[in-house]
Write a protein that binds this ligand. Structure first.
Ligand SMILES: [Zn+2]
Length: 434
């Protein structure tokens, strides 16, 4: 058991309960108890007791749209299509097993250090990603970058093979879904086949939809319909489907998302950096669509810090609509935790007995959280979203296993990850002639 005491427990449960000086008890891979005051149950020899005085104890963050990154800092001035063609697609065509493993390890390490306990990772070479996820201990939902054959990315057969090889690995922490890159590299037939495969495997779907105006124009030219209309008619959408970005949704497309129960991964910092625009999140939420948060990829937003994404997820809408009341801090925390969990069908994203033991400790004994009035929950939510960044995360626990404590990664050798990730990028650059 792990007994966490004396912390400020931000449960993000149905009642939004906050316990000052509360406890959280983890037994195996589950949360056994959450409540106010010290833990009154038995503590046995061999149990780990964590004194969380000065810390916020909260659910781990869920990065609902994620790509392992092999490089960043390239094509940083280019729009989406051009940056994909000039760097991202060549780089992911040039991956080998070792490069994919260390790129995933580096990406997951950065996420763990920023308090992320689950990633929804669309990338290639899933068996290598699965090994990295199992070794480092993060919860990972993996999907392939499936596109039409002529684009030389992944096929549905690759995705099925990856499902057979990896789904359920890491004591069930690793899942495989069917991934579709995006409409410019797909066809209605490919979307229908992807849905059939997902149903056949009993798994979910991960897709990019309506990310840029160029994508929408491409879809209208090739199919006579907007991307989400094509996905809707192909049967791709549904409560097991996470659609990323969704910046340029028409009213009809928002209704299609709602009708099908599709979940949306909002990626405001990526959308801003690539000049893609501002998603209609207030309209999505008013329609009753479940919206979580994603960083997208380090190639498009340059870090995996979901605290930064949370701040963007509020500020970008306030700026665009001249409305300081939009996207308030507790709502944004819910997007980054329980909404992401709901989108993936996971029993995570809140501190409730019986849920998975995915917990983080955020240290408030620093300038980011100062001044802080004891017992003021509103101020705490505000600091978490508007003042903090991921470097405030002290401890990250997944499935009851401590992956980071005191900012030290415990499951893998961090300097080795950095060395190998740098070597991997060098190999990729030499292959693509950059
Ligand atoms: Zn993406």
């Amino acid at each position: 058991m792990i007994v966490i005491e004396n912390g400020t427990v931000l449960t993000v449960d149905d009642a939004g309960q906050v316990w000052f000086g509360g406890h959280v008890v983890l037994d195996g891979d589950r949360i056994a108890a959450v409540g106010p005051g010290p833990y009154q149950g038995p503590v046995r020899a061999g149990d780990t007791v964590i004194d969380a005085a000065g810390m916020v104890v909260m659910p781990g963050l869920i990065d609902l749209h994620f790509h392992t990154a092999v490089g960043k800092g390239y094509c940083d001035h280019l729009p989406l299509c051009e940056s994909l063609e000039q760097f991202w697609y060549p780089s992911i065509r040039a991956l080998d097993a070792e490069t994919a493993y260390w790129a995933a390890a580096a990406s997951y390490a950065e996420s763990i250090k920023n308090g992320v306990t689950t990633v929804n990772d669309m990338y290639r070479r899933l068996p290598d990603l699965g090994r990295a996820a199992a070794d480092i201990g993060i919860r990972a939902v993996l999907s392939n970058d499936v596109a039409l054959d002529e684009h030389r990315l992944d096929t549905l057969q690759d995705n099925q093979d990856a499902h057979d090889a990896v789904h359920g690995a890491g004591d069930g922490r690793i899942e495989v879904r069917v991934g579709i890159e995006w409409l410019p590299l797909a066809s209605p037939e490919l979307l229908r086949d992807a849905r059939a495969l997902a149903d056949d495997l009993g798994t979910g779907i991960h897709v990019h939809l309506n990310e840029s105006l160029t994508e929408v124009e491409n879809s209208k030219e090739r199919f006579g319909q907007r991307p989400t209309e094509v996905a809707y008619e192909a049967g791709l959408l549904g409560p097991d489907c996470v659609a990323a970005h969704c910046v340029w949704l028409s009213g009809t497309e928002i209704a299609m998302m709602r009708e099908t129960g599709t979940h949306i991964a909002h990626c405001p910092s990526s959308n801003a950096k690539l000049g893609n625009g501002v998603a209609r999140v207030p309209e999505m939420q008013a329609a009753g669509i479940n919206v979580g948060l994603g960083h997208d990829a380090a190639e498009s937003t340059n870090n995996c810090d979901l605290f930064e994404v949370m701040k963007f997820a509020s500020l970008i809408h306030r700026a665009a609509r001249v409305d300081a009341g939009l996207q308030q801090a507790p709502d944004v925390i819910r997007m980054a935790t329980r909404n992401g969990a709901a989108a993936l069908g996971h029993r995570t994203g809140q501190l409730t007995a019986g849920y998975k033991a995915d917990v983080i400790l955020v240290d408030t004994r620093n300038v980011m959280f100062t001044p802080l009035i004891p017992g003021n929950a509103d101020q705490l939510y505000s600091h978490l979203v508007f003042a903090a960044n991921g470097s405030a995360v002290d401890t990250t626990i997944v499935d009851g296993r401590i992956l980071m404590r005191g900012r030290q990664l415990l499951t893998m050798d961090e300097p080795e990850i950095l060395r190998q990730a740098n070597a991997g990028l060098t190999r990729v650059l030499s292959r693509i002639g950059s």
